[in-house]
Write a protein that binds this ligand. Structure first.
Ligand SMILES: [Zn+2]
Length: 345
C-alpha cells in the first residue's frame, strides 16, 4: 500500500469526516486500495421508473456456466462451422460481450458484412481484445483480454473496410446485449475511479461502467505500476451507453460535476498524474462537446485544467476495483456532487 493510497482514503472522506467518526465507520486506509471512496446518492431523487429502466439496461456482470459446445471453442480453441452461429448475419444494435466473463468486447457499430460465415468486426472496444500468435504459426489469435476466452482470429490486408481489419469471431464466444440505438463509449479520468465509476452507474441509459487505466506507455498495467507514476496512466472509467437514452453531453456534465476539474494532476491530497483530470475522446463530436463545456465552466470563472486528448486503449483494472462501492455497502457516502452548470440536460 503506497503513500498515495493513504492520502486517497483521507481525501475522499474529508468532506464528511465528522459523520464518519460519529458513525465509527472510519474511511480508513485498511482496504486493498487503502481507503474508502464514499459517494453521495446524488440521484436518489430519480423517479422510480427511471431507476428500474436503468437497471434493466445494464450489461450482465456474471455469465452462466459454459456448455460443452461453448467450452470446446472458448477453452479448447475450437472453431464453429461457418454460417451456423447466431450472429454471423445479425446486425441489430447492441454490445457483444464475452460469453465466458461478460466483459464488453465489440460494439455493433464495428460489425460488418463479410460473407465469411462468422461475425466480423473491424474494430474492438480498445483494450478489450488481446492479439497473440496462433499455435499454427501463421495466424493471429484473438482472445478476451480479461479472461483469455478464445474468440477467433484477426486478419488485415483484405481491404474489406476502411480500417482494413477483420476480427473473425465465433458466435459461440460472444453474447449480444441488444440496445435501442447503436451503443457508444466514453472515457473519463477524474481521480479515484471507485467514486467516478459509482456516479456513472447511476445514470439512466448507461449500460455498463468499468474502472481501468489509460494514457500510459505500458499495455495492461497493474495497479501498482500505475500508482508508481512511472507508466503515465490515469485512473479512468469507461462508460458504455445507449445514445437514445443519454447523451454524451449529459455524461460529460456528470463528469465535470463529480470531481474537481480545476486541480492539476491530483484530486485533493491524491497527488500524481495518475489522478489527473482528463477526457479521452473517441471522436470529434465528443471532443467538441467537451471543449464546449470547458468553455462554459471557464466563463463561470473555473480555471479548468482538464486534459482533452484522443483516446488510447483502456485497460481494465483488477477485478477487486470493479464496482467497488456496490460490493462494499458498508462504506458510507462522503463524496459530494457539485453543480457547476446552470441548466440540466
Ligand atoms: Zn472474457
Amino acid at each position: 500500500m503506497g503513500i498515495s493510497n493513504l492520502r486517497r482514503g483521507w481525501f475522499i472522506c474529508a468532506a464528511l469526516a465528522l459523520v464518519a467518526l460519529a458513525a465509527s465507520v472510519g474511511c480508513r486506509s485498511d482496504e486493498a486500495k487503502g481507503g474508502a471512496t464514499a459517494v453521495n446518492q446524488s440521484n436518489s431523487n430519480q423517479p422510480a421508473s427511471n431507476k428500474a429502466a436503468a437497471k434493466a439496461e445494464k450489461l450482465p456482470t456474471t455469465m452462466p456456466p459454459l456448455t460443452a459446445e461453448e467450452r470446446h471453442v472458448i477453452k479448447d480453441k475450437g472453431t464453429e462451422s461457418p454460417f451456423t452461429g447466431k450472429y454471423w448475419d445479425k446486425f441489430t444494435p447492441g454490445v457483444y460481450i464475452c460469453r465466458n466473463c461478460g466483459q464488453p468486447l465489440y460494439l455493433s457499430s464495428g460489425k460488418f458484412k463479410s460473407d465469411c460465415g462468422w461475425p466480423s468486426f473491424d474494430e474492438e472496444i480498445p483494450g478489450a481484445v488481446k492479439r497473440q500468435p496462433d499455435a499454427d504459426g501463421r495466424r493471429t489469435e484473438i482472445v478476451c483480454a480479461h479472461c483469455g476466452a478464445h474468440l477467433g482470429h484477426v486478419f488485415t490486408g483484405e481491404q474489406l473496410t476502411a480500417k482494413d481489419t477483420r476480427h473473425c469471431v465465433n458466435s459461440i464466444s460472444i453474447s449480444l446485449v441488444q440496445t435501442t440505438a447503436a451503443p457508444e463509449e466514453a472515457i473519463f479520468a477524474g481521480g479515484c475511479f471507485w467514486g467516478v465509476e459509482h456516479y456513472f452507474r447511476e445514470v439512466p441509459g448507461v449500460l455498463g461502467v468499468a474502472s481501468g487505466y489509460i494514457g500510459g506507455t505500458v499495455a495492461y498495467p497493474t495497479y501498482e505500476q500505475v500508482c508508481s507514476g512511472k507508466t503515465g496512466h490515469a485512473e479512468a472509467v469507461r462508460v458504455i451507453y445507449d445514445p437514445a437514452l443519454v447523451t454524451y453531453e449529459k455524461l460529460a456534465r456528470v463528469f465535470f460535476e463529480t470531481h474537481d476539474p480545476t486541480q492539476l494532476n491530483g484530486q485533493g491530497p491524491d497527488i500524481g498524474t495518475n489522478y489527473r483530470s482528463a477526457v479521452f475522446y473517441l471522436n470529434d463530436d465528443q471532443k467538441k462537446t467537451t471543449e464546449k463545456l470547458i468553455g462554459i465552466l471557464k466563463a463561470k470563472g473555473f480555471n479548468v485544467v482538464t486534459q482533452v486528448v484522443a483516446a488510447k486503449p483502456f485497460y481494465l483494472a483488477e477485478d477487486y476495483h470493479q464496482d467497488y462501492l456496490t460490493r462494499h455497502p458498508e462504506r458510507h457516502a462522503c463524496q459530494v456532487r457539485v453543480p457547476r452548470f446552470d441548466e440540466k440536460k
